[in-house]
Design a protein. Sequence first.
Length: 367
Amino acid sequence: MIKVCILSSVHPPFDIRIFHKEAKSLKKAGYDVTLIAQHDKNEIVDGIRIVPLTKPRNRFVRMTMTSFQAYRKALKTDADIYHFHDPELIPVGLLLKRLGKRVIYDVHEDVPRQNLSKTYIPPVLRRPVSSAIELLEGLSAKHFDCVIAATPIINNRFVKLGACTINVNNYPIVSELFDNRKQWKEKEKAVCYVGVITRIRGAFEMVDAIGKTDYELVLAGEINADIEMQLKQLQGWKQVKALGLIDREGVKATMSRCAAGMVIFHPAPNHIDAQPNKMFEYMSAGIPVIASNFPLWREIIEGNECGICVDPFNTSEIADAITYIIKHPIEAHAMGCRGQKAVEEKYNWSIEEEKLTRLYQNNVSTP
């Protein structure tokens, strides 16, 4: 049996793309899969062996000591194929290539563009850091057996670098989040946002907008204490139900009770051409999407008639979209059904799973 070692120094072990989609798909295809990630114990879950990395004290420790720990543990697996997920593990990938291993780099984000809006990087350093990462990816990409890109835009960037590249989109698993026991008439007068809650992801606009309606906003996800304190000062906070981090069953329950899902990201360089997983998850759950009016997002949402696109800085426009969906349940239900149909036909993991397994079978499993 061909042994695959998946590595991440950043993501949790049960990350949706890494564990629930890619690792499970490879296990189902007959590979012996080990996942190395931050965790508190060795264990086997759904046939996938999880090898823990020590949780680092800070980013610097993670990028140095944790990466080195991941390398040492990766060597011990003596895998045939190594599949890593974070740019800070590029040196690890190159070292494994020098040992004659087959190595795949899985790129989730356009990291050089993403770093231009990272608040923890001093503004004066953002462009140099971005350029350094772009240079590192550019010099290393051709040395890997393949680069897996999570979006077409990322895929095109690596194709231009001359790397062997394939686009495996982060589309949802069909039916995972749809609760067919719920009737539309049982929906609460509420909208939801599921994901990391930050300023750049529209947290303040969503809370401000809900305060201009008579409805409720359900927030589910990790939130920084400082951001939460600032949000609580807004008038709309009294109409917010903050759930904190929830599991996949909790996500399913949240989406099933709400009339729409929100993706009101700011137009940061890495957002405009991104394909946010949550957009497709809302669609798969059968609820309309209220999304930022970026051209690509409008193409998806308006092209499939499954939601409303808004100016992410115009809270009155956002509030109007929320009100329209809740006051027009027949149209809202129809939007949800159209979004769900689009996921079933084209935006689903089954299609992407075939790409992944075909890559392994044809390109990297045979030396």
